[in-house]
Ligand binder design. Structure first.
Ligand SMILES: Nc1ncnc2c1ncn2[C@@H]1O[C@H](COP(=O)(O)OP(=O)(O)O)[C@@H](O)[C@H]1O
Ligand SMILES: [Mg+2]
Length: 258
């Protein structure tokens, strides 16, 4: 099995705070891996280090054999890593379809001249892009909303739109940061089915940060549990989620809050 991502002894600091503490992990081609842990554990910071939004203090991050350290986000996206954000980042005034066209427009296959002159090949390319963007919206079950202003969609559908846009960047590795946040049980179940389908049909490797265990459990092959930036436990969901230390550090705390 091909190793897609290999992270070794990663440490990330913000001033005096160690947000990620000597964390090592890996993910193989086609795997679906979950990252769980209490709020503030460093999960989003970890994703930020993979997408070039944060520079680690030490450690290594290799993606398909190439180091990602020091690479800028757009380059990392071109290399095949794409993500969604915990705090949704869409263009609210653009239409749903336009939001998904953006990553596709960033890689035009026609030259400058046809684009400037409005020649047939540029128009054909625009049409191809719209068709492709629509295919992602349909995959996520939101094709019927294509002409809506993105900001007017309910929260759950905006999260799906973000996933559609992430797919439009043609990723090998998809990073999802709390895609089920704010969703009710029915929406969670639908999301699980959509993610299963996308994982299979798009032949993706997926890393998922999530608090909903009914989303994590049916999807993930393996879990990493972070606590205060450090690895608490790694393993299959069944084993990890019944581990007394994990229950104490994370699940127990969540039960108390409810
Ligand atoms: N840009 C930043 N500057 C300073 N501190 C940060 C920054 N980003 C995250 N942190 C801190 O790092 C810790 C981990 O945060 P985060 O990665 O968002 O956790 P999680 O996603 O697991 O809830 C928190 O204490 C948070 O306040
Ligand atoms: Mg987070």
């Amino acid at each position: 099995m091909k190793r897609i991502l290999d992270v070794s002894a990663l440490t990330i600091r913000f001033g005096g705070l160690t947000a990620i503490d000597n964390f090592s992990m890996h993910i193989d081609e086609g795997e679906f891996v979950g990252i769980i842990g209490p709020n503030g554990a460093g999960k989003t910071t970890f994703f930020n280090s993979l997408t070039g939004n944060v520079t680690p203090a030490s450690g290594s991050v290799n993606y398909c054999g190439t180091s990602l350290i020091g690479k800028i986000p757009s380059r990392i996206s071109q290399m095949g890593i794409s993500r969604t954000f915990q705090n949704i980042r869409i263009f609210p005034k653009m239409t749903v379809l336009e939001n998904v066209c953006i990553p596709l427009h960033s890689k035009p296959t026609y030259g400058l001249f046809p684009a400037v002159l409005g020649l047939k090949s540029a128009k054909a390319e625009d049409e191809r892009i719209r068709d492709e963007a629509l295919s992602y919206l349909e995959r996520l079950g939101i094709g019927e909303y294509r002409d809506y202003e993105a900001g007017t969609l309910p929260y759950g559908l905006q999260r799906r739109l973000e996933i559609a846009r992430a797919l439009a960047a043609h990723p090998t590795l998809l990073l999802l940061d709390e895609p089920a946040a704010g969703m009710n049980n029915d929406e969670c179940r639908e999301l699980v089915e959509l993610l299963k389908k996308i994982h299979r049909e798009c032949k993706l490797t997926v890393m998922l940060i999530e608090h909903h265990m009914d989303v994590i459990q049916p999807l993930c092959d393996r879990l990493y549990v972070l606590n205060l930036g450090a690895l608490l436990r790694e393993g299959k969901p069944g084993e990890v989620l019944s581990d007394p230390e994990v229950v104490r550090a994370y699940l127990g705390e969540r039960r108390k809050r409810k």
